[in-house]
Write a protein that binds this ligand. Structure first.
Ligand SMILES: Nc1nc2c(c(=O)[nH]1)N[C@H]1C(S)=C(S)[C@@H](COP(=O)(O)O)O[C@H]1N2
Ligand SMILES: [Mo]
Length: 348
């Protein structure tokens, strides 16, 4: 699927469906701070190893240091190429605590209130040169970006890199991470193959009934297919609609207040007078959608698209936005430069 084309994609620099953030910007995604920290930071390695081993930050600095320039690709369609991380290669760390034969997977666990984690096959984590990073572009990692320690898995969507890394567990069987289990993020996360979401779990009959009743409020309908549907006056407050496909649908007067619509496909949808109060529209594609009279107060737009451009940066499909569209300036701030120019050109 294509959301926004640009020069980076033409030159093969960015994976499909990704857009580059403005220089100097680095959005904060997901949790914003670690759980309270009462003791000096320790990284524990446990599970399928002979002995559970704690590493202090100082211990980590004593190990061989490695610097790598990596491209950040968030599943919500923004990329930040060329970020320099320094730390210890997972491969070097594991030399001090060799995994047992049975260790086939590795789970990275955060020190956060929801015990956030993510996992990978151990062989893949090593192949991708996973880094246990404490430094970015020569400076200590800031807490909002995972300081003092986060893992970095180059070549995977960024949800495979947990902030506030406190524990590494070697496992004989996989254990799905937070986003993978809660939000259906794809467990393989290869941005070049657009492995954003797992196959949807919705039962077809329920989906058909909800479409007929035009009532999605509070339902989990991730990745549902509603393209081209007649859904005017739809009630969808608080619904879980990540990755749902509403391309070309009639959604006039639909109420999506506080719904999670990240990565939703809303290309060419009729969204006149639709309500998106407090809605998560991160990574959503609204190119060609009719947004006249819609209320987008307080919605989150990191990585969202309102237009598609050709290789020369000319708009080939743009959303219909005018003075009747309620969009706040501060909500527009995280848009990529191309998207921001487009929207400002319409509302100013
Ligand atoms: N502890 C923790 N780590 C996390 C997350 C989170 O919510 N909590 N979100 C993941 C996701 S989805 C992304 S895109 C990146 C965002 O990192 P950033 O906030 O430094 O950009 O962190 C990943 N690691
Ligand atoms: Mo993400």
């Amino acid at each position: 699927m294509s959301s926004a084309h640009n020069d980076d994609q033409e030159s093969g620099l960015l994976p499909p469906g990704q857009q580059r953030v403005a220089d100097g910007k680095w959005p904060v995604i997901g949790e914003r701070k670690p759980a309270p920290v009462h003791q000096p930071w320790e990284l524990n390695v446990s599970g399928e190893i002979d002995e559970a081993i704690p590493f202090s930050l100082n211990d980590l600095h004593q190990l061989k240091q490695h610097t790598a320039v990596i491209d950040i690709h968030c599943v919500t369609r923004w990329s930040k190429p060329g970020v320099e991380f320094t730390g210890v290669l997972l491969a070097d760390l594991l030399k001090s605590c060799p995994p047992k034969q049975d260790a086939k997977f590795i789970s990275f666990v955060a020190h956060s209130t929801r015990k956030h984690s993510t996992s990978l096959p151990l062989a893949e984590a090593l192949e991708h040169k996973t880094l246990i990073a404490h430094t970015v572009n020569g400076e200590p990692l800031e807490p909002e970006h995972g300081g003092p320690l986060r893992n970095i898995v180059p070549g995977k969507y960024f949800y495979k890199s947990v902030k506030w890394l406190r524990q590494i567990e070697l496992l004989s069987e996989d254990r799905l991470g937070f986003w993978e289990a809660e939000s259906g993020y794809h467990n393989e996360a290869d941005p070049w193959r657009e492995q954003r979401y797992m196959a949807p779990q919705i039962d077809r009959r329920t989906a058909a009934r909800l479409i007929a009743e035009k009532n999605f409020a509070g339902h989990d309908l991730r990745s549902m297919d509603a393209k081209g549907r007649e859904l005017s006056h739809l009630l969808a407050q608080g619904a879980a609609l990540r990755d749902a496909n509403f391309n070309n649908a009639n959604l006039q007067f639909a109420n999506f207040s506080h719904a999670n619509m990240s990565n939703c496909h809303l290309r060419n949808a009729d969204l006149r007078n639709a309500i998106f109060i407090g809605t998560d529209l991160e990574g959503a594609n609204l190119s060609g959608a009719d947004l006249r009279g819609s209320d987008m107060t307080g919605c989150s737009l990191i990585g969202s698209s309102f237009c598609e451009t050709d290789a020369k940066g000319r708009v080939i499909l743009g959303a219909l936005i005018d003075q009747t569209t309620s969009l706040q300036h501060h909500a527009l701030e995280p848009l990529t430069p191309t998207q921001l120019d487009y929207v400002l050109g319409k509302i100013n």
